[in-house]
Structures are given as structure tokens and as C-alpha cells.
Design a protein around this ligand. Structure first.
Ligand code: TMP
Ligand code: MG
Length: 212
């Protein structure tokens, strides 16, 4: 059909443990794509600006306590409240770089002991990323990086469990980037992968839904 060949923006997700370098790389990728003239925005989850996001932020900074299921559903709600805007942006040609998405939601909550299928369920129907880039770093190396330990989940033993669940979630389409390499190397590898995807989406690659 005509609509299926309409150019659109790409949904690019960066995932990884805390302090794997996602935020730095997202910012670099944004200026790279903008420099090439691609309309691009940088998003992140949790989006701490919304009212749901403020509850999440208070929980993460240990200012509030919440049941594990409750905080899981808040993280999911925080993605749902941005879903329609996300679709609109993509369909009108803006590429979105997203710092964490549903995979963080499932990996972190499963690492606490929640059932993985229960964790996935509220994510069903969100937009599926065109590309997931996983910034791979050992929990020990991540812990050596500045600012580690400030928030609730930044503990090596816990991050090891999160890494195991990321491994369970990943499929062959994920790009695993060695985040222990020099920043410029990581940057170049990400650029290659993302440019290919942006081109595919320009050619009308259809949007699909989680969880697939
Ligand atoms: P941030 O450091 O990228 O802002 O993420 C805050 C923390 O929240 C981080 O430890 C990962 C965790 N998280 C979840 O537990 N579930 C989610 O759905 C998301 C997006 C993040
Ligand atoms: Mg963090």
C-alpha cells in the first residue's frame, strides 16, 4: 500500500547497565545524525519530567518506597504516556534515539525476582525499536565509573543479575557494542549500525509492535 512505503524516522534504542556510557553515546549520536541533516530527537526512559516520572525519580533516589510490581507498572506507564507522541514523531520523519526502553523495564524488574512474562505483559503494544544497541560492560568496570552508587539499583551484585536478564532478552537483531573500548571506537560502531537503520526507515520499513 501507499502508506507502507512512506519514509519515516527510525526508533533507535540504547540499552545497558548503569554507567555503561549510554547517555554519553546518545548525545554523540544525536549530534552525528543532526549533522547529516536527519531530523532527530533524544528521548530517555524514565522520562522524569511527567507526573509518573516524578514518582519514579523519587523511588530511584530512595525518597519513596514502592512495591516491586507497582514501580514496574509505573515505568511501563511512563512509556505508554509517550507512545502516541512517539508514533507521531516517527511517522512525520523524526528519528528517535531512546536511552533505555522496555528491555530495561523487564531486565531490572526480573532481576528483583518478578516473573519475566509478567514483566513483559504491560509492554505489549508499545512500538518495537528498529534497532537495539546494547552497550556491553562488566558490572565491575561500570562500578569504577564516576557517580556510581547514587541511585537505588547501582550495586554490583544486582547489576550482575540485570546483565543476565538482558542476555535472556536479547535476540540476533541486537547489536552488542563493547562499551569498554575507547569512547571514539564505540561512537563509530554505533554510527554505522544506526545509519543503516535510518536508511531502511527512509525507504518505508513498516513499524512493528512489542513484544516480538
Ligand atoms: P537512568 O539512570 O537511565 O535514568 O535509569 C534509572 C534506573 O531505572 C536505572 O537503574 C534503570 C532503571 N529502570 C528500570 O528499572 N525500569 C525501566 O523501565 C527503566 C526505563 C529504567
Ligand atoms: Mg542511572
Amino acid at each position: 500500500t501507499e502508506s507502507s512505503v512512506k519514509p519515516r524516522g527510525a526508533l533507535i534504542v540504547l540499552e545497558g547497565l548503569d554507567r555503561s556510557g549510554k547517555s554519553t553515546q546518545c548525545a554523540k549520536l544525536l549530534s552525528f545524525l543532526e549533522g547529516l541533516g536527519h531530523p532527530t530527537e533524544l528521548w530517555r526512559f524514565p522520562d522524569r519530567e511527567t507526573s509518573v516520572g516524578k514518582m519514579i525519580s523519587a523511588y530511584l533516589s530512595n525518597k519513596s518506597q514502592l512495591d516491586d510490581h507497582t514501580i514496574h507498572l509505573l515505568f511501563s506507564a511512563n512509556r505508554w504516556e509517550k507512545r502516541s507522541l512517539m508514533e507521531e514523531k516517527l511517522k512525520t520523519g523524526t528519528t528517535l534515539i531512546v536511552d533505555r526502553y522496555s528491555y530495561s523495564g523487564v531486565a531490572f524488574s526480573s532481576a528483583k525476582g518478578l516473573d519475566i512474562d509478567w514483566c513483559k505483559a504491560p509492554e505489549i503494544g508499545l512500538l518495537a525499536p528498529d534497532s537495539v544497541l546494547y552497550l556491553d560492560i562488566s558490572p565491575e568496570r561500570a562500578a569504577e565509573r564516576g557517580g556510581y552508587g547514587d541511585e537505588r539499583y547501582e550495586r554490583v551484585e544486582f547489576q550482575k543479575k540485570v546483565a543476565d536478564f538482558y542476555q535472556t532478552l536479547r535476540d540476533s537483531s541486537w547489536k552488542i557494542i563493547n562499551a569498554g573500548e575507547a569512547m571514539e571506537e564505540v561512537e563509530k560502531k554505533i554510527q554505522e549500525v544506526v545509519l543503516d537503520k535510518v536508511k531502511e526507515c527512509t525507504k518505508g520499513k513498516p513499524l512493528s509492535l512489542l513484544w516480538s
